[in-house]
Design a protein around this ligand. Structure first.
Ligand code: SD4
Length: 309
């Protein structure tokens, strides 16, 4: 029997931890608990970067991305660019359980949701529409509508507008790991743009035999290094979750140096099968995360890893 642990990205992840922790303590599987936690954030209208009421893309469309992974079987499922669905993490789980596929996108994901009893809903609130209108001129001034950004600086503009994704990792009493990642992606993103969050290996990876890892931040840079898989493989080869997260940040920094651009804001969390946790972010990301264990929930600040000189 393991002592349950749950870790979630950003201060708003506290709601996820508070929701997941009692479920883990009651002996529920890690995947059930973390999805329930993520869903509490998707449901929160004050969080404008996960689920409903998030900042839409440049055309005002709100498209959501999510994935889930079960550490026991490596079963996983994901949806990307899905509109009008309130709980993309639950839909990702359904892809895992009821389809032969791992990732379903756009209209196909919506069709699959309808087939399985999800309702189509209006995703905006008056506040989220107001925020979109208010931030739009400032955003467009910095990153005019033009071909895709050549440097992560442009992407960072979007990132600053919109923190962020909730990734929740959990260890159940039965010793199994589960994880979920859910987001609306970067605010003012290009229509059709998909980040790391629904990509197994980038935004999330979970394997009972090595550990679980999840990401938040500029998805393009996380995809480039396959961030979560990288961290899990580091743990498999003996690194602690903390060392593995720091190595992933160093890798992001190193790729930025090779490309001659400023390192982007990214952050990682990790959890190993023994219940040890880790977290790190690139410089100036100011990443905080929530942890629940031993009946307590706390907010911690991640160490920032700068580029090597
Ligand atoms: C993405 N990683 O779509 C997400 C967004 C995020 O901080 O986490 N921003 O790239």
């Amino acid at each position: 029997m393991a002592d349950p642990v749950v870790i979630a990205t950003w201060p708003f992840g506290k709601v996820a931890v508070e929701t997941a922790s009692p479920l883990l303590t009651a002996g529920r599987p890690a995947l059930d608990a973390v999805i329930a936690g993520a869903q509490a954030v998707e449901e929160d209208p004050t969080v404008h970067s996960v689920g409903f009421a998030s900042i839409p893309d440049r055309l005002g469309r709100l498209t959501l991305d999510a994935c889930v992974m079960d550490g026991r079987t490596l079963a996983c499922g994901a949806v990307a660019c899905v509109e009008h669905i309130r709980h993309p993490a639950a839909l990702a789980r359904l892809v895992m359980e009821k389809s032969p596929h791992v990732l379903i996108v756009g209209e196909g994901a919506k069709w699959f949701a309808l087939q399985n009893g999800f309702l189509l809903e209006m995703p905006h609130t008056p506040e989220s529409i107001r925020e979109w209108y208010e931030k739009r001129p400032e955003f467009l001034k910095k990153a005019a509508l033009r071909p895709p950004p050549a440097s992560p600086d442009d992407i960072n503009v979007a990132d600053e507008q919109n923190h962020d994704t909730v990734t929740v990792l959990g260890l159940g009493r039965d010793g199994h790991l589960g994880g979920v990642c859910t987001t609306s992606g970067l605010g003012f993103k290009w229509p059709g743009r998909v980040g790391d969050s629904p990509l197994i290996g980038s935004g999330l990876y979970v394997d009972d035999e090595a550990g679980a890892a999840g990401a938040t931040g500029v998805g393009e840079e996380i995809i480039r290094i396959n961030g979560s898989f990288f961290i899990v493989e580091q743990m498999r080869s003996g690194k602690t979750p903390q060392q593995a997260c720091e190595l992933a940040c160093q890798r992001v920094n190193a790729t930025s140096v090779r490309r001659g651009v400023h390192p982007a804001n990214v952050a990682f969390v990790a959890l190993n099968p023994q219940g040890a946790i880790g977290a790190a972010c690139t410089r100036r990301t100011q990443f905080r995360y929530a942890v629940g264990r031993g009946g307590k929930v706390e907010l911690l600040t991640a160490i920032e890893i700068g580029p090597r000189v």
